[in-house]
Design a protein around this ligand. Structure first.
Ligand SMILES: C=C(O[C@@H]1C=C(C(=O)O)C=C[C@H]1O)C(=O)O
Length: 400
């Protein structure tokens, strides 16, 4: 079912606007892909076998790059690039492309839902969670459309997101309708879904959050409160448990720390747990180890972005959210023919198309969540992107 499609756009055009380039860049490394040789557009459940079939007989360094959408049942957007460049080349390309773009200006902002609308959706979720119907956690997101009077370059935006050692930046060209303007998902995510190198795997889920902010003492106090918060520790535990339950049967050993650590980005505190394991040697049975893409598709979406249990939470999201997530809260990454690779949760991002950047932010809701605090948390999660876009906080729609 590995659907192979030839890319029909002209290479010269691709080179000029960067449409067929995907970028991943973190403190530890990165890549820049170029061109499209083939595409894999299957849903998560079929991804492992489609990736294995795609790589049958390929050289070990051959790679797939791309993303899984939030919806497990929607097709992934994976590409076999013509070339893959290293982190230095990726960085140089970003610098060059960003340098050719002007800073967007003349912003107008529109939130959907409004803060009050979001708080109302959280209140409805809390009712469902308290009703004892078996739903334990659901992650609800909201969006903010930032419109500029001038075009927004995804490369300019990705360069503006530099400087935070706790995140991985990404620029992902998105599939669009034939006559639509090109679109990208651009972001800086702190969350590792799954990495695999040989038999060694790691996942570092985050859940439970607080804003950092400029006042150091207040920020430290919020971090200390987060570490002790029963509500946040509970919210976090669902994620760790779900990942451990899915990985344990595949591993000969799996280390799951009993308590989370504090994880910082430039604007947020999170509770994070680094899970590490070693895959069972399945090759004795003549089976290859599950690829990083197959493992990412198995875990996705975790309760950090969807909820617990997964299907009931996805249903609640479909009922309570008004804007489709698309690739927000999906997974971005790469996998090579040996199965190694890394996949990150597509958070702290904007869908950039023409003059518009649609920002997304969500928060995990549990039975004792407060609608006002969850609205404030999502507002804080917009900050990194608002700052990168050069949008003054005062422009943010007033609380309604
Ligand atoms: C959903 C988002 O973040 C996720 C939700 C978190 C939480 O509920 O505390 C924390 C980190 C992420 O796993 C987002 O940034 O949009």
């Amino acid at each position: 079912m590995g659907m192979m499609r030839e890319d029909l756009s002209r290479p010269a055009e691709q080179a000029a606007d960067g449409r067929a380039r995907m970028l991943l860049l973190s403190h530890g490394g990165g890549l820049l892909s170029e061109g499209v040789q083939a595409q894999l557009a299957v849903p998560a459940a079929q991804l492992g076998s489609a990736v294995a079939r795609h790589f049958a007989g390929a050289a070990p360094h051959a790679r797939l790059v791309g993303a899984l959408p939030f919806d497990r049942h929607a097709p992934a957007h994976l590409l076999a690039p013509r070339r893959v460049h290293d982190a230095d080349a990726a960085s140089a390309w970003l610098h060059c492309m960003a340098g050719q773009a002007a800073a967007p200006q003349g912003w107008s902002l529109q939130d959907e839902p409004t803060r009050a609308g979001y708080a109302a959706a959280v209140a409805q979720a809390v009712q469902r969670l308290q009703a004892g119907s078996g739903l334990h956690k659901v992650v609800l997101a909201r969006t903010l459309d930032a419109r500029s009077t001038t075009p927004i370059s995804p490369w300019w935006l990705a360069r503006r997101l530099a400087g935070d050692p706790g995140v991985l930046r990404y620029v992902l060209p998105l599939p669009v309708e034939a006559d639509a303007a090109p679109a990208w998902l651009v972001g800086a995510t702190p969350e590792l879904l799954l990495s695999r190198r040989g038999a060694v795997i790691a996942s570092e889920p985050l859940a439970g959050s607080a804003a950092r902010g400029p006042d150091l003492a207040a920020s430290e106090a919020r971090a200390a409160a987060l570490r002790d918060s029963a509500k946040d520790l509970g919210e976090h535990r669902y994620v760790v448990q779900a990942i451990a339950d899915l990985l344990a049967p595949l591993c000969r050993q799996l280390r799951v720390p009993a308590t989370p650590a504090l994880h910082a980005t430039a604007s947020m505190w999170h509770l994070g747990t680094r899970i590490e394991g070693e895959l069972k040697d399945a090759s004795a049975d003549g089976l290859p180890l599950a690829s990083s893409a197959a493992l990412a598709a198995l875990l996705h979406p975790t309760p950090a972005v969807c909820g617990t249990p997964r299907d009931a939470a996805a249903e609640a999201i479909a009922a309570l959210e008004t804007v489709p997530r698309g690739f927000y809260a999906g997974a971005v990454g790469w996998c090579d023919a040996a199965g190694d690779g890394a996949w990150h949760v597509a958070l702290r991002c904007a869908r950039v198309q023409g003059h518009t950047a649609r920002l997304f932010a969500g928060a995990g809701i549990v039975a004792d969540s407060s609608p006002a605090s969850e609205a404030a948390e999502t507002r804080a999660k917009f900050n990194a992107m608002l700052h990168a876009l050069g949008i003054a906080p005062a422009l943010f729609p007033h609380d309604r």
